[in-house]
Structures are given as structure tokens and as C-alpha cells.
Design a binder for this molecule. Structure first.
Ligand SMILES: Nc1ncnc2c1ncn2[C@@H]1O[C@H](COP(=O)(O)OP(=O)(O)OP(=O)(O)O)[C@@H](O)[C@H]1O
Length: 261
């Protein structure tokens, strides 16, 4: 297993997550529908874990449980051994849509979570903006940004509070393919530099294999783990690496796609 380089001493230590026998479901049209069925996973501090599975299988639901946005019906989510009972500043979620406030500048958007946390710190805001390459755009409004820049601003907002766990729900899903490649590199660089734990949902098997130390695949209705693979490939990874291509094929087959994909 490849773990991120050790974080500098002043950084908050990366968070370890343990999912113990998680069951969850929703009432849809008056009928209870199981969505997650007995999922257990152990995610070590500093790991970069990608979750893959068919649409609607419950990946985002699992992320919401880890974020503490809702409690599981059964089982437990533990963060560094302590039960997760609600959202916390150590576990930051980033969604597919950047959800920037249109009436706030880039700087004010990035500073927002810091303002809410009552920890005004101009240097931290500047550092986060610099880290995602938006220096010079602090005073821009969200409508003046490209899709990739808006997603960078959202990433800066996620990083400004020095998260111990970054929870990413298809964060690059709506970007064009070139911007997506740049953002993948950026995300990897930030993870290697900052050393936080990452749990990322993606639909892109190649993206999972380029970035993650571990790829977990799920079956649907209710979601259960099909496979859990450590990806022992050095960084930077190349999409045409034969080992990566073999893993890609293996994962696609496990997800029920034909071998000639
Ligand atoms: N708040 C909710 N109320 C009722 N049903 C919900 C709710 N959230 C999710 N579901 C249901 O739970 C199931 C899993 O949804 P979820 O968004 O977790 O899947 P997903 O794997 O992330 O899907 P996708 O890959 O398409 O984003 C779906 O059937 C969905 O209809």
C-alpha cells in the first residue's frame, strides 16, 4: 500500500475511518428501500480510497454517512475510533457542483467556512487560494470563472480549514477532459503535500487507478463491497501502464462489464 508522505508537524493528522456493519435505506414512495447492506471498511489515515459502482448503488449515501450528514440505520461510522455523530470541520465534503455563493468573490467564498468557524485567518485563505492556482483571481465573482476555476475555488474552500479527511463526491465529473486531467494532477499534488485522507466517489475507473492507493467496488441494491484492491503503483502513474490497464480491465469485469472494454 502506498501512503502519502508524512504531513508536516503543524498539520492536523490525517483521519482514519472505520465503517462497521453499515446498513441504510430510504422510504421511497412509502416503501422502505434498502440502499446499503452490511458494509464494513477500514480506511487508514493518509489513504486515498476511490469508491466505484453503478449509478444509484449508494456511494453518495455512504459518503454522507461518513460526513455525519445522516446516521446509518444500523452499524457505526468511527473516525479515529470515535463514533461520528454529526458533521465536523475535520471531515470536509466536496460535491460535483462547486456551489459557490454568486454574491461573494472567490476570496469571500474561500474564507466563508473559516468565518463560520470563527477563525479569521487571512494567511490561511491566501495560502489555500495559492495552492489551487487562483492567485490573481481573489476578487473575481463566481460567474467570471470557468468550470475548472470554480471547482478549484471550491477545493480551496475545502482546504482552508486544514481538513483531516477530504470526502469527494465525483468532484471532477462535470469538467471537460483536459481540465479534468489538470485537476487530477492538482488533487494528487495536494494530497501528497498535505497528507490528509481522501475518500472519493468517481465513475471513472481510470481516474480511480491514476489517483487512489485503494479502489473499492460496490454492487447495487443494497450496496455491498465486491472487491477491495490496493493499488501498488508508484506516482506519477501513466494511463498506458500495462499494470494499470490490467487492473482497469479486472475492475470493469468485477463491475459486470465485458472483458473487451
Ligand atoms: N434523501 C433520499 N431520499 C430517498 N431516497 C434516496 C435519498 N438519497 C438517496 N436515495 C436513494 O438511494 C439510492 C442510492 O443513491 P446514491 O445517491 O447514494 O447513489 P450513488 O451510487 O451515489 O449514485 P450515482 O452514482 O448515480 O450518483 C438511490 O436509489 C436513491 O434513489
Amino acid at each position: 500500500m502506498v501512503i502519502a508522505p508524512t504531513a508536516p508537524a503543524e498539520r492536523a493528522a490525517p483521519l482514519g475511518i472505520r465503517l462497521c456493519g453499515i446498513h441504510h435505506g430510504y422510504r421511497i414512495g412509502g416503501v422502505f428501500t434498502p440502499v446499503i447492506g452490511d458494509v464494513s471498511l477500514d480506511i487508514a489515515p493518509g489513504e486515498f480510497v476511490a469508491l466505484l459502482g453503478p449509478s444509484g448503488c449508494g456511494k453518495s449515501t455512504l459518503l454522507r454517512l461518513v460526513a455525519g450528514l445522516e446516521p446509518p440505520h444500523a452499524g457505526q461510522v468511527l473516525a479515529d475510533g470515535a463514533p461520528v455523530t454529526g458533521p465536523g470541520p475535520d471531515r470536509i465534503v466536496m460535491f460535483q457542483d462547486p456551489t459557490l455563493y454568486p454574491w461573494r468573490t472567490v476570496r469571500a467564498n474561500v474564507a466563508l467556512s473559516r468565518d463560520i468557524a470563527g477563525r479569521r485567518d487571512d494567511a490561511a485563505v491566501d495560502a489555500a487560494i495559492g495552492m489551487v492556482g487562483l492567485k490573481g483571481f481573489e476578487r473575481a465573482w463566481p460567474h467570471q470563472l470557468s468550470g475548472g476555476m470554480a471547482q478549484r475555488a471550491a477545493l480551496a474552500r475545502a482546504l482552508v480549514n486544514d481538513p483531516r479527511l477530504l470526502i469527494l463526491d465525483e468532484p471532477l465529473g462535470k469538467l471537460d477532459s483536459l481540465t479534468r486531467l489538470t485537476m487530477q494532477t492538482e488533487l494528487l499534488r495536494l494530497w501528497q503535500k498535505r497528507g490528509f485522507t481522501v475518500i472519493m466517489v468517481t465513475h471513472d475507473v481510470e481516474e480511480a487507478l491514476l489517483l487512489a492507493t485503494r479502489v473499492v467496488t460496490f454492487r447495487p441494491r443494497p450496496a455491498g463491497v465486491i472487491s477491495d484492491m490496493s493499488i501498488d503503483l508508484p506516482y506519477p502513474r501513466h494511463r498506458d501502464n500495462p499494470r494499470l490497464l490490467a487492473l482497469r480491465r479486472e475492475i470493469l469485469v468485477r463491475l459486470g462489464h465485458s472483458e473487451d472494454w
